[in-house]
Design a protein around this ligand. Structure first.
Ligand SMILES: Nc1nc2c(ncn2[C@@H]2O[C@H](COP(=O)(O)OP(=O)(O)OP(=O)(O)O)[C@@H](O)[C@H]2O)c(=O)[nH]1
Ligand SMILES: [Mg+2]
Length: 375
């Protein structure tokens, strides 16, 4: 569903709008390159600024991770792939998926407790299943779970017993998806073990080295360092901001009825404009600590910049000093479905209907996506 996603990209070097129609005009970038999420410079600036291509799209997976995958493949070990349902688009990462291809996987859609109580578990599972199928992963089973609430964790244990073929089990996933928390709860349920100290925290990169955890004489499970997702706000923002954007408990959705040309400012860090369409409801799923401010679009730039200047909203980050630091994306819905637009690491907005034109602003480097709704 990305074919009608139009990104309004501006060149960071010279500020012109990027385009792929004419090599003669300013802002030219070849179409196949412009469609990528990690292109920030027009061809002219790219050539003259000596920006290294590596810097613009360094891969998420590291050498260490690929070596770990080699070991897992050699051992034919089972993988428990832990994704975060609240940050699904960033934690179900294409590079991790590619590395995991061919391996036997149990997929745990963790942090289900963060979604509103009314969320249909089966619908979430079906959504994840569709994504898994698209990626061609060898997922044996999908479990919607909560590590901190001990929800469906026994099912994870049962499925591990079923698929591990007496071998080892590796817990893999993006940073902060909850791998260590899941293992902690598993151990507690499995043998009432409380002696093993496993560190978890809201900040990315908590587990720094592979941890071997023997669970019997012959069986070992491995906690592994998370993969940093370099286009997620969680990895880019300062600690004070991470504290505000990570939800601790069930999200309270906030719904706004909007007319075209109305906007919602998301802290001093992102923005959502309703560009065109009928009077409609838009539901915002963000942590409590994220302040939402409604305004008319024609005043949105000024209000946004003022809020940052006077620290009148939350969060405010060094990443965004004004609206000029936001990338804009625009898209039109073409089916009468429920849609989600998400900011990696920050949250998402759901709305329904055909012919809605919305514009999404994200801090530079933070990926956005839009999909049929997962909830
Ligand atoms: N609400 C909620 N929070 C969770 C859940 N599982 C983990 N968390 C929280 O998510 C944060 C990250 O958890 P960790 O277990 O440290 O995540 P990790 O995947 O091991 O992280 P790295 O070691 O950095 O890769 C912590 O604040 C946990 O309390 C869950 O099921 N629900
Ligand atoms: Mg960890």
């Amino acid at each position: 569903m990305t074919e009608n996603l139009k990104k309004i990209k501006k060149c960071y070097g010279c500020g012109v709008v990027l385009q792929s129609e004419s090599t003669e005009e300013v802002g030219y970038v070849p179409a196949n390159i412009l469609s990528r999420d990690d292109v920030f410079l027009c061809q002219r600036c790219f050539k003259t600024h000596h920006y290294s291509a590596d810097k613009l799209h360094s891969p998420s997976v590291t050498h260490d991770f690929m070596n770990l995958i080699k070991d897992i493949k050699a051992k034919k070990a089972l993988v428990v792939y832990v994704v975060d349902v609240f940050n699904f688009e960033s934690s179900f990462n294409p590079e991790i998926n590619e590395a995991l291809s061919g391996l036997d996987i149990i997929l745990v859609a963790n942090k289900f407790d963060l979604l509103p109580k009314s969320t249909n578990e089966e619908k979430v599972k079906e959504y994840v299943a569709r994504k898994v199928k698209k990626e061609g992963l060898n997922v044996k089973t999908i479990i919607v779970a909560s590590s901190t609430r001990n929800y469906n964790i026994d099912e994870v244990l049962d499925e591990m017993a079923k698929y591990r073929n007496k071998g080892d089990v590796y817990f893999i996933g993006a940073v902060s998806s909850g791998k260590s928390s899941l293992i902690k709860t598993l151990l507690r349920n499995f043998k009432n073990e409380t002696s093993r100290f496993i560190t978890t925290s809201i900040y990315p990169n908590t587990t720094l080295a592979v941890q071997e955890i023997p669970i019997s004489e012959t069986r070992t499970i491995y906690d592994t360092p998370g993969i940093s997702i370099n286009n997620s706000l969680l990895g880019l923002a300062e600690k004070e901001v991470v504290k505000l954007i990570v939800p601790r408990r069930e999200i309270k959705p906030r719904t706004y009825q909007l007319l075209p040309k109305q906007s919602i400012l998301i802290g001093g860090i992102a923005r959502f404009d309703y560009v065109d369409g009928p009077f409609s409801g838009f539901t915002f799923y963000f942590a409590e600590g994220v302040k939402l401010t409604r305004t008319n679009t024609n005043r949105a730039d000024r209000t946004f910049n003022n809020m940052i200047a006077h620290k009148k909203s939350k969060p405010i980050s060094f990443l965004v000093t004004g609206v000029q630091d936001l990338d804009a994306f625009e898209f039109t819905t073409h089916e009468d479905l429920k849609y989600d637009v998400s900011w990696n690491g920050l949250g998402f907005v759901s709305f329904k209907g055909n012919g809605r034109v919305v514009r999404i602003y994200a801090p530079r480097g933070v990926a956005i996506s839009y999909n049929e709704s997962k909830i």
